[in-house]
Design a binder for this molecule. Structure first.
Ligand code: HEC
Length: 381
């Protein structure tokens, strides 16, 4: 997929014929909810209530009206002026008007015969039958305490390099898996038998190691670290100060797949694949939510499909991270940047802004060799 800016017409339909007619759940609203809401709003998934039948939906009519008018639901934060996205499930103005009209007219059911069949949420793999399934050991979660970040490392036992064309990360228990990532980590290098003592640390990487502190499951940056709000001043391609460029095939971090509620599996374009070197480990990073307030169990897995032949193009993830900024107390709008220069032509297939609770807005801009600038993605809130 090639990204390009596309102006979307967002004209409100001037005179919607629906608004004067009879809007019913069965004929008009169910198809919208099935398409835009049901992936999360079905039993045992992340949303608090299912929206698959009239009986389930009716009590929520007023809340649904409010949620869609304010565009809180479905969650989709990208500014529609930039880019066109294959996973954009936001509602059109027409669909919002239909839902509003339905509630305003009394949220009636209408003729159930006219409703399409509710979507079925199969537990089958969406990528088809995986060549390999790798799972974490069963993990139990206590009822109380804060949310948990857990890390699991599972050996692949691959005896040859593998090219992954599709990967699907499947939570074992969708009520508690808030989100998860799977990474490939290189096999540990065997120490030569005659190695006398540890290699003397090179001062640059010793400095990089010193900057990050690991405390149990928490990692943080030392207060003594330099403040680099504008990470574009030095074109260091997002490497950590002092870090060495990593293995070509890993990109930064070796991310193979992610699960977020409603997100689809990772299926690479024809002829494109990601490499998992022989002997690699698979690392799972899982955020467990304690929202159910009950003891829970989870066995999350990743399913992989391998290429039959070596790919024409290697897919990589590149992180543009800046960990070295400072937010002065009370400052509502601190800008932090990071840049990366591509040395060859590239196809971008996806972008993922990621800032947790402190993030205010995010933007990706491309600057072309001729100096032309294009905004690829803007998340204004
Ligand atoms: C990506 C998953 C996802 C999709 C898609 C989604 N929702 Fe939600 N929805 C949620 C989650 C999660 C919550 C709970 C939010 C919270 O607790 O803060 C929620 C909450 C709600 C609420 C508020 C419930 C309350 O307690 O007040 C309404 C109403 C709602 N959704 C309606 C919809 C409608 C209508 C659609 C489709 C047009 C939709 N949602 C699509 C995940 C989703």
């Amino acid at each position: 997929m090639k990204l390009s800016a596309l102006a979307l017409a967002t004209l409100f339909p001037a005179a919607s014929p629906l608004l004067c007619g009879d809007i019913t759940y069965s004929a008009d609203v169910a198809p919208i909810l099935y398409k835009h809401c049901a992936t999360c709003h079905h039993p045992d998934d992340i949303a608090p209530m299912a929206l698959l039948t009239y009986q389930q939906t009716r009590p929520w009519a007023a809340a649904i009206r409010e949620a869609v008018l304010t565009r809180q639901m479905p969650p989709w934060k990208a500014d529609p002026r930039y880019g066109k996205w294959s996973n954009d499930w936001s509602l059109s103005d027409q669909e919002i008007a239909t839902i509003k009209g339905w509630v305003d007219q009394g949220a009636r059911e209408g003729d159930p015969q006219r409703s399409p069949a509710p979507p079925v949420f199969s537990t089958d793999w969406r990528i088809g039958k995986p060549d390999v399934v790798i799972s974490i050991p069963p993990h139990s979660l206590t009822a109380d305490g804060p949310d948990e970040y857990e890390y699991f490392t599972v050996p692949t036992n691959f005896t040859e390099d593998k090219w992954v064309v599709a990967a699907e990360l499947r939570p074992g228990n969708r009520k508690i898996v808030h989100h998860a990532h799977v990474f490939v980590s290189a096999p540990a290098k065997p120490k030569p038998a005659n190695a006398k003592k540890e290699e003397p640390a090179d001062p640059q990487s010793a400095y990089a190691d010193w900057l990050r502190v690991h405390e149990g499951k928490l990692s943080w940056i030392r207060y003594e670290a330099p403040v680099i709000d504008d990470g574009c001043i030095v074109d260091d391609n997002s490497y950590w100060p002092g870090d060495k460029p990593r293995d070509e095939n890993f990109g930064s971090g070796g991310l193979i797949s992610s699960y977020l509620p409603g997100r689809g599996p990772d299926v690479y374009p024809q002829g494109t694949a990601r490499k998992i070197p022989a002997g690699s480990n698979i690392g799972f990073q899982i955020h467990y939510s304690k929202a159910t307030k009950k003891p829970e169990m989870d066995t999350t897995s990743v399913g992989l499909i391998f290429a039959k032949e070596p790919p024409q193009q290697v897919a990589k993830r590149v992180d543009l991270s800046n960990y070295f900024f400072r937010i002065p107390a009370g400052d509502p709008n601190v800008e932090v940047t990071e840049c990366h220069t591509f040395k060859q032509d590239m196809y971008l297939t996806s972008l993922t802004p990621h800032m947790h609770l402190r993030g205010k807005d995010a933007r990706f801009d491309a600057t072309y060799p001729d100096g032309r600038k294009e905004t690829l993605l803007l998340v204004p809130h």
